[in-house]
Ligand binder design. Structure first.
Ligand code: ZN
Ligand code: ZN
Length: 333
């Protein structure tokens, strides 16, 4: 099969992904082999390709927002029929036996595997995954529009949940890329007032089009105090201004897997029971709940398509803030 291989991490400006022939994967016990149609490009892929996340498999095929069809079923795999449309997310598998898994927190599993990081992902024509960690994709979404739901969407949804935001509440997003453009639609559906703090007029315009009541620069203070804020941008320097924008008791959620160092700040910014918490991965329950809500609303994703062989260009455009909405690779050769 054709795939984009990362042999060793490097800045994306050096185009480190190699579009080449790779071995066809075979589905193991309980696994499905999926013919990849579309694979979303996530900021986490940038962190993998550039080495901010230490290499765990080499070479590795990145990509964890995969939409495709079941081509073949491994031994004992019966959940999906051949030809079924499915999605494969970041959490490739969990051990289901550690204290976290037993407590229903498989997102914090001690022995997880991650798609496109510790195991090969979807910048390829084929990929395998345990059927128990694969989602059926609701009808009504085209493949390219479903792809960004699988990480940006699900992680945005978990971030919203952990923010504790309620109907009538006021919420800000810091950074307005793939995750925020989906999460805004969920928040609006829940009757939440959305503020967007993000660099770039295009991102601010998209936020307003999707129903944000205000959009400004990332460092600008929103005009009202907020119940919650979610930082999707990997920029630690946004933590103090985001805390300063919160009401007493407000919650700041850090939605990314990697963030630059957080500068020190006065305790006053945190005092009055303000909370900072991170989001790590997601449970399958988050994914199922999110896809159901996304289909009900229905969530619309704005996508920019790239050919699989142009994955380096997609990553460069993502890094350079030149993608409005979500970048998606068309993996059909
Ligand atoms: Zn576990
Ligand atoms: Zn992701």
């Amino acid at each position: 099969m054709k795939a984009c291989l990362l042999r060793s991490p490097a800045p994306v400006e050096k185009n480190p992904l190699e579009f080449t022939d790779a071995f066809d994967p075979k589905p193991g016990k309980g696994e499905v082999l999926v013919r990849v149609k579309m694979c979303g490009v996530c900021r986490t892929d940038l962190h993998v390709v550039e080495g901010e996340l230490p290499a765990r498999k080499s070479p590795v095929i990145p990509g964890h927002q995969i939409v495709g069809v079941v081509e073949e079923r491994g031994e004992g795999a019966r959940r999906f029929a051949t030809g079924a449309r499915v999605g494969i997310p970041w959490l490739h598998s969990a051990d289901l036996t550690c204290e976290y898994c037993r407590a229903g927190m498989e997102n914090l599993c001690d022995h997880p595997a991650f798609t496109g990081y510790t195991v090969d992902g979807g910048y390829a024509e084929y990929v395998t995954a345990p059927e128990a960690f694969v989602y059926p994709i609701p009808e009504g979404f085209r493949d390219e529009h479903a792809a960004p739901l699988l990480c940006a969407g699900i992680i945005g949804f978990r971030s919203l949940r952990l923010s504790g935001i309620k109907r009538g509440g006021r919420l800000a997003f810091y950074g307005f890329g793939s995750a925020a453009h989906v999460a805004t639609q969920i928040a609006r559906h829940w009757g939440v007032e959305v503020y967007a703090c993000t660099r770039g007029v295009k991102h601010q315009q998209l936020a307003l089009e999707l129903g944000a009541v205000w959009a400004g620069e990332a460092s600008a203070a929103p005009p009202v105090k907020l119940d919650a804020a979610i930082i999707f941008a990997p920029a630690g320097e946004l933590v103090p201004p985001a805390l300063a924008a919160l009401k007493k008791g407000g919650v700041l959620v850090l939605g990314g897997i990697h963030m630059s160092p957080i500068p020190s700040f006065d305790y006053d910014l945190l005092y009055q029971e303000r909370v900072i918490r991170s989001v790590a991965n997601n449970t399958r329950q988050d994914g199922e709940d999110f896809l159901r809500v996304a289909a009900e609303i229905p969530v619309r994703t704005q996508t920019t398509l790239f050919a699989l062989r142009d994955a380096n260009r997609a990553l460069n455009d993502l890094k350079g803030d030149r993608i409005n909405g979500a970048a998606v690779l068309d993996c059909i050769q």
